[in-house]
Design a protein around this ligand. Sequence first.
Ligand code: NAD
Length: 261
Amino acid sequence: MAMALKDKVVLITGGNSGIGEAVTRRFIQEGAKVSIIGRSIETLKKMKAEFGEEILINQGDVSKYEDNERAVQATVEQFGKLDVFVANAGVFDGFAKFADVTPDALSDAYDFLIDINVKGSFFGAKAALEELQKSNGNIIFTVSGASFYPDGGGVWYTASKHAQIGLMRQLAFELAPNIRVNAVAPGGTLTALSVIPPLRPFVKIVDNETKANSIKKRNPLQLAQLPEDHVAAYVLLASDAARAITGEVISSDGGLSVRGL
Ligand code: NAD
């Protein structure tokens, strides 16, 4: 079968773990060169050791504009262009309850989480823009069931994931006809998605089995989803086969929309 992303150059934030790592692996199989931004040098180096020339690793923080800009420049220096930007890096609030959290912790949590989930998405898209204009490329945001329904997280996470939808829709409108902008909304997935430090005193960290059971119970297909379950949606949106699709969200969530969370 033909490779869907042959000769495409892709930049993925958080491509060193969880959903971003699964997307990175699949995109490379589909013929893309992939550049990833991550925080942990150990996992970045692991990906480099595995994929060699097919991958470029960039250590950085998506909430800092210059780190996004540096990664875009390095990607273009190494691979000659940029076709697809995937804003995937994110952090979680652990379902912390608004009523329990002190005003100081609320404020710290707001800055910490919104800086990464929302400002990181703005910054990545802005840093990639000029190169995507040259390539008539596309942007994909990793959003969530929490972009549409309550109880996919607490207020910080839910508000951040709703905000990404607004960013995606407005960019799809403003950047047409050159650049397509879409999103994938995974449902609950077994990853190491981390709870931000300011909210850790207010949440119960659950073990993987409890998490798997609660994810299964919520979605009609009764899937404890794995990162690999979502990659097909990213391949479709990134590829030229989706040339008529923009401003759209593909939910990959075991059917949450049939019932809500
Ligand atoms: P993950 O923790 O495995 O992946 C997130 C990645 O983002 C990690 O590599 C992390 O180090 C990186 N990251 C976090 N902050 C960063 C920063 N400031 N700069 C650079 N990198 C940073 O978790 P995941 O579940 O694969 O999360 C990926 C995306 O999927 C997130 O946007 C998350 O909100 C979304 N999502 C996850 C679930 C789920 O249940 N796991 C469900 C829906 C959506």
